[in-house]
Design a protein around this ligand. Structure first.
Ligand SMILES: [Mg+2]
Length: 404
């Protein structure tokens, strides 16, 4: 969200302290928000939200309030099924705030962040700018079957497009690679968030087809770009259920050769939480992919529960740190500690380290100072359709040349 777009936002502040209410409301008005509601207790806040005429986008809430506290408020909001952004404000320990933030996510709320009192204005502004309005179709209910059919048709007719997000070498500012990301612009329902349709693809056994379609489109595309002189590698996300055909390494090897690419042009990103525990087939496939010279990346590192064991078992060449430990890490001691140890772990293992979710100068400065190799995130560029890629590279290298 841009500073200009803030003017369309409606916010609700919930705090039992009248001084905090008026201070926060003043700050939000200075940011130019469209409307700012106030409630000095959680019950009134719920009534304001339940009245859909108010169209509230973001709730800024205190945690410690008499009668109904902030955690109870989140639970009620979760039950209402509202699609809201939440920012938590409290004088409590940052670790406690962090846990509440995670709890909010479990209630399907979009928790933008938490702020300790006294409130830092810049941080509040950053959180507001992180907010994005989303379409949130329900993955459950009777509509799902139609939805699954629609997805199936979209995959077959290649309506699931591939967008590309650049990866930059921190030391040289050079573009080194791109991650291929599936995007679905539905003709009637608009942009469908990837977590929604990927979830459906997993549930209805279409993930292999989806991955194949992304691979096919992106290998063709990167081969064209390489012929134009951009020597970059491609990263493609693989689901664990897509890693059961033993001939994947051979198929991929010949596909790349036929497109004039080397195996090290392709990195397979595997989400650690998706890796099955004791499937020898998965280990067989991943090891042979490595043997043939493909890159192997452990994706969303830090969010799974068996990361370290996976790192020991599978010959990964890259560790990709989840955005939740990167963005705003300089304001969060726990994230910063996890970020630091992940980077040093990658160094000890002599594998590449990629930080995802670098969205601000502070994020960049922090990961650069910690010695991370590669970054990816909105600070560099958002994922973009293929047609926008070459103009972006030209502009980026012009800017970069001017800087150095
Ligand atoms: Mg990925």
């Amino acid at each position: 969200m841009t500073v200009e777009e803030l003017k369309q936002l409606t916010c609700l502040i919930v705090d039992d302290d009248s001084f905090m209410l008026s201070t926060l409301s003043l700050v939000l008005k200075q940011f130019g928000l469209k409307q700012v509601f106030q409630a000095d207790n959680a019950q009134d806040a719920l009534k304001l939200i339940a009245n859909r005429n108010n169209h509230i986008d973001i709730v800024v809430s205190d945690l410690n309030m008499p009668e109904m506290d902030g955690i109870q408020l989140l639970r009620h909001l979760g039950a209402l099924g509202v699609n809201l952004g939440v920012i938590l404000v409290s004088g409590e320990d940052p670790r406690l705030l962090e846990s509440v933030q995670n709890l909010g996510k479990q209630y399907q709320l979009r928790v933008l962040g938490s702020i300790s009192k006294p409130v830092k204005k810049d941080l509040l502004l950053q959180y507001l700018l992180d907010f994005r309005r989303e379409v949130k179709p329900s993955p459950q209910g009777p509509a799902t079957m139609v939805f699954a059919d629609e997805l199936q048709a979209a995959i077959i007719s290649e309506l699931i497009e591939v967008w590309y997000q650049p990866q930059i070498d921190v030391a040289t500012f050079q573009l080194v690679g791109i991650e291929a990301l599936a995007r679905w612009q539905h003709p009637e329902k608009g942009f469908i968030p990837p977590n929604i349709f990927i979830g459906i693809a997993e549930k209805y056994g279409m993930i292999q087809q989806l991955t194949d379609s992304v691979l096919k489109q992106s290998i063709k595309q990167i081969s064209e770009w390489n012929k134009m002189g951009f020597d970059i590698s491609l990263s493609v996300n693989f689901s664990a259920s897509g890693l059961c055909h033993l001939d994947i390494p051979e198929v991929l090897h010949s596909t790349l050769r036929n497109s004039g690419l080397r195996p090290d042009h392709l990195t397979i990103e595997v989400t650690e939480s998706a890796l099955p525990k004791d499937t020898s087939a998965t280990l067989d496939i991943l090891t042979r992919l490595r043997l043939k010279g493909f890159g192997l990346s452990i994706d969303d590192f830090g969010t799974g529960f068996s990361s370290l064991e996976q790192l020991r078992l599978i010959p990964f060449t890259e560790l990709k740190i989840d955005r939740s430990f990167v963005h705003h890490a300089s304001d969060n001691k726990a994230s910063q500690a996890i970020l630091e140890s992940s980077i040093s772990l990658a160094k000890r293992l002599a594998i590449h380290c990629v930080a995802e979710g670098v969205e601000t100068q502070e994020d960049w400065d922090l990961v650069a100072s910690l010695g991370c190799d590669i970054v990816q995130g909105y600070f560099i560029a958002k994922p973009m359709p293929a047609a926008e890629f070459v103009p972006w590279v030209r502009q980026y290298s012009k800017k970069h040349r001017a800087k150095s």
